[in-house]
Design a protein around this ligand. Structure first.
Ligand SMILES: NC(=O)c1ccc[n+]([C@@H]2O[C@H](COP(=O)([O-])OP(=O)(O)OC[C@H]3O[C@@H](n4cnc5c(N)ncnc54)[C@H](OP(=O)(O)O)[C@@H]3O)[C@@H](O)[C@H]2O)c1
Length: 484
């Protein structure tokens, strides 16, 4: 199978915050990879912008170093890299002042696609939007890309939306959630809506429950300051897990186009019931001989910030009434492993005797590592031992089915940045979606704050606090093992 690379039209992309961590680790390597793949032509421009005084040559060296360090290929070829760097330039610019803006407006070209990636903290979004307009760069066809966190609650998200809406139409705003750029996440939609097999079973009559796990083995690392003010609910559940939740639970959109898909996702969020405190577990990791505990890591002895959340959610609509959705995310867990598991009900009646055991099908969508989809089916255990049943996976590991080259997917940022250039907002969050997600999250956080309870401590390298296991056990269910 040969994958097709469709070149995008020539564009100017300005990375505001071009010297920052995100530009270094994700944006510049993603652009390089798309250039090597032949998707970005030689006429495009990539302009780094930040306050640091720097010549274009120095910025090119900075970009080259970032690409060598963070590109996931065995070798960065010097000639390809040199060709890519010709696209790159730099402008010294202050979001909060007038320095650099006239120079920038002279660099970006009219009559071609212009995108401005706001790779800076959200407190600068308003200044950037205002100055893009003041210096004539906010015309109808330009696009802006904004990163998470998009607010820290409903009020701040509304305020950000309001500020951006003063200068840009919603169709120009691309709110990134990089989980939506993952190959398997899009495959989830292909599996659901491209096959007849699953959709008739995709409801409370046949599905016992759904589990969504996003587990990380690392701690907060250098992000401690930000994380201690956010916590797992704001940092992961409100955005990444919520997006996965929407895609798994939404009704079929009429078309695979931005507003059809986003309308259906929004309906899911709006149909979510409030999660009662007894259906949520918050945890915080302890230290062990090798690693400090969370409180030491963030140097806040009294921190009550959660590094783990497990919860049971319900959707009030015809399709899902009565089906629980169990969501779980945490840091310093056993492995880095993210998956969605759709656990189907047992057959209504077993024709086999008790020895055969009870079995059910599980459809697992693995997001990382080893992206792929697996369907667990029940078959007879081979051999002469009588009618004993065993569960085996029908494994659709992309690497095996498509071959290693085909399964070498573009990183989520590569796909999403190319979507910005193509003007396709399907995989980006709309303003009302973000607000609805905060409207669901805010009361949960407010209840924690009012109760003043501490998160449950948990050992690093495990599956989180014991209370999270009870959340499932008391319903007669259990979490799937966290493993790659
Ligand atoms: N890093 C990640 O992996 C990651 C992941 C998800 C989301 N994000 C989000 O992405 C944004 C950027 O994150 P980051 O990690 O790259 O931050 P960072 O490393 O602190 O970089 C911030 C960038 O903004 C520039 N900057 C700061 N003030 C400026 C001003 N007044 N005018 C122009 N440029 C200014 C800085 O350069 P100068 O100091 O030279 O101006 C620097 O290039 C944040 O909102 C963050 O939450 C980051």
């Amino acid at each position: 199978m040969v994958s097709r690379v469709i070149p995008v039209e020539p564009f100017d992309l300005v990375i505001i915050g071009g010297t920052g961590d995100l530009a270094r680790r994700k944006i510049l390597p993603a652009l390089y990879q798309r250039f090597v793949a032949g998707q970005i032509g030689k006429e495009s421009q990539i302009i780094g912008a930040a306050r640091s005084e720097m010549e274009t040559e120095s910025y090119r060296s900075f970009a080259a170093e970032a690409i060598r360090e963070f590109t996931d290929t065995d070798e960065v070829k010097p000639r390809k890299l040199a060709a890519f760097l010709k696209l790159v330039s730099y402008v010294t610019l202050d979001a909060k002042g007038e320095a650099g803006w006239t120079t920038l407006s002279g660099m970006v070209q009219e009559n071609r696609i212009r995108a401005f990636y706001f790779s800076v903290g959200p407190s600068l979004f308003g200044d950037l939007a205002k100055r893009l307009q003041k210096y004539g760069m906010a015309e109808d066809d330009c696009r802006i890309v904004v990163e998470k966190p998009f607010g820290r609650d409903l009020a701040t998200a509304k305020e950000l939306n309001r500020i951006l809406a003063r200068h840009f139409d919603e169709s120009q705003i691309y709110r990134i959630d990089h989980y939506l750029g993952k190959e398997t996440v899009q495959n989830l939609m292909a599996v659901r809506f491209g096959n007849m097999l699953f959709e008739p079973l995709w409801n409370s009559q046949y599905v016992d429950h759904i589990q969504i796990t996003v587990a990380e083995s690392v701690g907060v690392g250098g992000r401690g300051g930000y994380y201690d003010r956010a916590g797992a609910m704001r940092d992961m559940v409100q955005n990444h897990l919520m997006q996965l939740f929407c895609l798994i639970a939404m009704e079929p959109p009429a078309k695979f186009e931005p507003d059809s898909v986003r309308d259906e996702k929004l309906k899911v969020i709006r149909a979510l019931e409030h999660v009662k405190p007894e259906n949520i577990v918050r945890g915080q990791y302890d230290g062990d001989g090798q690693n400090p505990g969370y409180r030491n890591e963030v140097e806040n002895r009294d921190s009550t910030t959660e590094t783990f959340v497990a919860l049971k959610a319900h959707i009030s609509n015809w399709r899902w009434a009565g089906t629980p959705f169990y969501l779980r995310t945490g840091k310093r867990l056993r492995d880095r492993a993210s998956e969605i598991a759709v656990v189907f009900k047992d057959a209504p009646h077993s024709i086999f005797d008790e020895d055969a055991g009870r079995h059910h099908n599980i459809l697992t969508i693995r997001l990382q590592p080893n992206e792929g989809i697996e369907l667990g089916v029940t078959i007879k255990e081979p051999g002469p031992g009588g009618m004993r049943l065993v569960d085996v996976p029908l494994d659709m590991s992309f690497a095996e089915v498509l071959g290693p080259d085909e399964a070498d997917f573009p990183d989520a940022y590569e796909r999403l940045i190319m979507d910005v250039i193509r003007g396709n907002q399907t995989l980006f969050m709309r303003g009302d979606e973000v607000e609805a997600a905060w409207a669901w999250t805010d009361p949960i956080i407010a209840e924690w704050q009012a109760a003043g309870t501490e998160p449950e401590p948990y050992d690093p390298g495990g599956s989180g606090p014991e209370e999270a296991l009870f959340l499932m056990h008391r319903d007669g269910r259990r979490w799937r093992e966290i493993k790659p």
